[in-house]
Design a protein around this ligand. Structure first.
Ligand SMILES: Nc1ncnc2c1ncn2[C@@H]1O[C@H](COP(=O)(O)OP(=O)(O)O)[C@@H](O)[C@H]1O
Ligand SMILES: [Mg+2]
Length: 215
């Protein structure tokens, strides 16, 4: 369901088990708009939601703002901000909206395009094969990829998909990020390139995240 920035912040706070007073919420919304160089809320157009996050398009700029409860997304995104790769979403900013519990995280990413529906379906099927061979919620590591190669499911994987998996293993291993959310939703397109758009539900080293508002 489409929502405004204010509604999204409130929802994410509630999902995290808390909430803000109306005046705290106003302060946080204003600080967030300032942080992303938006003059008012109408510049933020709701694009989509996932399990943890709401994503807004930042008007004419080729950027989106993701709001999430998922701190693992903040840590992995902060690592990628400092060490980008062509197969990962370009991350511009990572911040916590306030220093309160529950945390609401803001991540400014490049705007990507959805994959064609057959490509999404193909990646969702690849996830199924992976889950069957390696198990649900398993990380995309070198060791697991080797196990996948030794499983009967590998017969159904074409060169392009195998190439993508092995590229992502290298890219995530280089950054000490353990990622496990392969799906047609979490891989998007930059031109002809397939790009990981969702770095959440991962494990990586804790990073310092700047806080916008001290309540
Ligand atoms: N960089 C992006 N550019 C354009 N749309 C995006 C971008 N990132 C996410 N989206 C849209 O928002 C939805 C939810 O984002 P996602 O990062 O997958 O959230 P979650 O962590 O909750 O799964 C995606 O399925 C997609 O439709
Ligand atoms: Mg997602």
């Amino acid at each position: 369901m489409a929502r405004t920035l204010e509604q999204a912040i409130e929802l994410r706070a509630k999902q995290g088990g808390g909430g803000f007073t109306p005046s705290q919420l106003r302060t946080i919304v204003d600080a967030t708009l300032k942080e992303v160089d938006a003059t008012d809320e109408s510049q933020l157009k709701f694009l989509g939601q996932g399990f943890f996050g709401d994503v807004f398009w930042l008007g004419d700029k080729r950027k989106v703002l993701k709001l999430t409860n998922d701190y693992t997304d903040a840590y992995a995104s902060e690592i990628v901000r400092r060490k980008p790769d062509k197969n990962l979403v370009k991350v511009y900013q990572v911040f916590a909206l306030a220093d309160s519990y529950p945390a609401v995280i803001g991540i400014v990413n490049e705007k990507l395009s959805p994959l064609a529906s057959h490509e999404r379906a193909k990646l969702d099927y690849l996830r199924k094969l992976w889950n069957k061979a390696i198990g649900q919620r398993t990380f995309l590591t070198r060791q697991n990829l080797d196990k996948f190669v030794d499983s009967p499911q590998i017969e159904e994987v074409d060169d392009a998909d195998y190439g993508l998996l092995s590229t992502l293993v290298r890219v995530f291993t280089d950054r000490h990020i353990k990622w496990r959310d392969l799906s047609g939703d979490n891989i998007m397109a930059r031109g002809r390139e397939k790009v990981v758009s969702d770095l959440g539900f991962s494990e990586s080293l804790k990073q310092p995240i700047p806080v916008l508002v001290r309540l």
